[in-house]
Ligand binder design. Structure first.
Ligand code: PHE
Length: 448
């Protein structure tokens, strides 16, 4: 990213929030959150997730905002600004690697979303049995060429947008689409609550049954927290470099986290009543949203239109997220190898497509593409979301807590607000001690 682009920035506070919500709200909320909750036994997971948001998510979001706005540069350079020790530039590199791996499978899922949008438009999503929807999804994800063509389309579009320099694009698109996504989700949740399985679904989502909780539940909750908030890989650092000086960072962090979490919970409120009404297993895994939601839509008045809108908005929510992922890696390649922005975006896109081909084929066409019983798709997800992002988060919290001067941390925290000094002290304490130690314990615990 050139310096002049850095100076442009988001135009208003609302733009800041909606664009940041744009990167945060994506497949992580609507596709990943419900199935992770499903696999981890529901309500008890939710409580652990809230603790992760409070003690890890919030302080690390604030730390990324602080580094980004203060450094006014891309993620890799930003982490070199406050210390000469080369180890800290690794935070940026870790982010670049995580960005690659996430895009490697994220693009596949966005491709599936495009297909579902198409199927909804031509009316193919209406009038099937629940088994037929399971079959439809298995055929799509297990196909060889078609999902790869979709990936090429998705990445081509994302590459085009990024090569154009998208800051005002992101802001404009987010401003328009995020409230629409929100309204539509509320409507769908209202409908889901009127289904026969509503009580059972809500019970599953909100009743904390701790008997299913294992060390792995904590690892999954932590990974989901980082993934959903686009946290631990420099994405928010990059976005914060476009924040104006008067943006109230703690308030913005709380707003973004609240909206992101609300969207995820509403997705759960839509999906779990439907899961229990249509007899689909809540532990369905990544196919949950593609198998369950068509069942809901086909029963609804005007269901086809709603399906079209839902998959269109899911696609757009995912697009604003994958754009931010491509941006982080492209910015690095652009600077490091002195390539033009467009060429950098193309090189990164080609590499992402190659990775996505493996991820896609491992979902059915070539199941032998697996390691330790997980296919490549799941491995990309596991390494990035569950390992690299929390690891990045740990490094960022240590960096902000121990390396950055407390005065700088406070100056960024206190801009345009009068929050008490004690609040700042609690935040700095969490960054220094609680967040890194918690992440370490969860890691060690789950690997033992
Ligand atoms: N937060 C995005 C989502 O929920 C995914 C993402 C992760 C985007 C990391 C950027 C960086 O879909």
């Amino acid at each position: 990213m050139s310096k002049s682009e850095n100076r442009k920035g988001f135009t208003s506070k609302l733009g800041v929030i909606l664009a940041t919500v744009g990167t945060a709200v994506g497949l992580g909320n609507i596709w990943r959150f419900p199935y992770i909750v499903g696999e981890n036994g529901g309500g008890a997971f939710l409580i652990i997730y809230f603790f992760c948001l409070l003690f890890l998510g919030l302080p690390v979001v604030l730390a990324e905002f602080t580094v980004g706005r203060r450094a006014q540069s891309n993620a890799v350079d930003a982490y070199k600004k406050f210390s000469n020790h080369p180890i800290w530039s690794r935070i940026g590199y870790l982010g670049v690697l995580a960005g690659f791996l996430i895009m490697g499978y994220y693009a596949v899922v966005v491709g599936w979303t495009i297909d579902y949008l198409y199927e909804a438009i031509v009316g193919n999503l209406q009038g099937h049995t629940p088994e037929a929807y399971t079959q439809l999804f298995a055929e799509l994800s297990g196909d060889t060429i078609y999902p790869i063509l979709l990936v090429i389309g998705v990445m081509g579009l994302t590459c085009y947008i990024i090569s154009q320099g998208v800051q005002s694009g992101i802001e404009k698109v987010s401003r328009f689409l995020m409230p629409m996504l929100f309204l539509l989700m509320l409507g769908l949740a209202g409908y889901a609550l009127s289904l026969d399985g509503a009580y059972e679904g809500l019970h599953f989502l909100f009743y904390p049954d701790f008997s299913d909780v294992t060390a792995r539940t904590f690892l999954d909750a932590m990974g989901q927290c980082f993934f959903s908030l686009s946290l631990g890989m420099g994405c928010l650092t990059t976005y914060a470099s476009y924040f104006k000086k008067d943006v109230n960072l703690p308030k913005t962090a709380v707003q973004v986290i609240s909206i992101d979490t609300l969207v995820a919970i509403i997705a759960g409120v839509i999906i779990f009543p439907a899961v229990f009404s249509f007899g689909v297993e809540p532990t369905q895994g990544p196919g949950l949203v593609y198998v369950v939601l068509p069942n809901v839509f086909q029963k609804m008045l005007g269901g086809q239109i709603l399906a079209i809108m839902f998959y269109a908005l899911l696609f757009i929510a995912a697009l604003t997220s994958i754009m931010s992922l491509l941006e982080v890696v492209t910015a690095y390649v652009h600077e490091k190898f002195n390539l033009s922005r467009t060429k950098s975006a193309i090189v990164v896109t080609i590499l992402v497509i190659i990775m996505a081909i493996f991820a896609s084929l491992s979902c059915g066409a070539m199941p032998e593409l697996s390691l330790f019983g997980k296919n490549i798709f799941d491995i990309f997800d596991f390494i990035s979301a569950t390992i690299l992002l929390p690891l990045g988060g740990m490094a960022i919290s240590i960096y902000a807590g121990w390396i950055i001067d407390n005065k700088i941390l406070y100056a960024e925290f206190a801009k345009n607000n009068k929050y008490s000094l004690n609040l700042f002290k609690a935040y700095a304490f969490i960054l220094k001690y609680i967040a890194p130690v918690c992440i370490l314990i969860v890691f060690i615990g789950s690997f033992i």
